[in-house]
Design a protein around this ligand. Structure first.
Ligand code: COA
Length: 175
């Protein structure tokens, strides 16, 4: 894997509201991940940023920055410290796709989950028509574990959701 792109993880700030609002309402992004189909307001975008920035949140969110520009979001949600697992998510600005940023971000996030949060299993759910994302996760050593048949309804059709996982023991060998 080419690995020469530079990214930084950072907190989201109030000033990021505009770009996150833009991503929240971008149809090309929205049809690729789960979530409600309605438009999202700036007010609720700001409230969401504040809510998830709270240290008590069960969601660990990072802004992905390259050359001082916020280019995407990623994080771990449903963090469970009994079973030591969490669900990974990522979203990249469409203009920044295909440059290796997401590959770098997922690898960094998986390492953070295992090394800093003491997770043992990181899982994710991806629509079976999201070939770009599936390729990305396979490149980052996630394995397909199962299919939730016709689990989401998008643009007039039911789609299968694929569950993919990476275990700590896999990452020790491969990361
Ligand atoms: C899914 C998503 C994060 C994937 O992003 P991406 O642009 O494919 O991923 P990367 O930035 O790592 O780019 C990888 C591509 O860049 C290429 N690339 C270029 N330079 C590279 C480098 N230095 N290092 C690694 N890859 C590089 C790779 O070869 C790869 O191309 P390929 O897919 O044709 O093989 C992005 O499409 C997205 O945000 N989609 C909408 C939200 C979404 O679907 N989220 C996932 C829900 S489960």
């Amino acid at each position: 894997m080419k690995n020469n792109v530079e990214i930084k993880f950072r907190c989201l700030e109030d000033d990021d509201c505009e770009v996150v609002y833009k991503w929240n309402n971008d149809q090309s992004l929205k049809i690729m991940y789960s979530g409600h189909p309605f438009p999202v307001s700036k007010k609720s975008t700001r409230e969401w940023i504040n809510k998830v920035s709270n240290p008590d949140s069960k969601l660990c969110l990072f802004g992905i920055e390259s050359q001082d520009e916020l280019i995407g979001l990623c994080g771990l949600k449903n963090i469970n410290h009994v079973n030591n697992n969490a669900e990974l998510f990522i979203l990249l600005d469409p203009d920044q796709s295909g440059k290796g940023y997401a590959t770098k971000a997922v690898s960094k996030l998986v390492k953070f989950g295992f090394d800093s949060l003491n997770l043992n299993r990181i899982y994710l759910k991806v629509q079976d028509n999201n070939l770009k994302a599936i390729k990305l996760y396979e490149r980052c050593h996630f394995t397909k574990e199962g299919v939730l048949r016709k689990a989401v309804f998008k643009v007039g059709q039911y789609l299968n959701i694929i569950v993919m996982t990476c275990l700590k023991e896999d990452s020790i060998v491969k990361l």
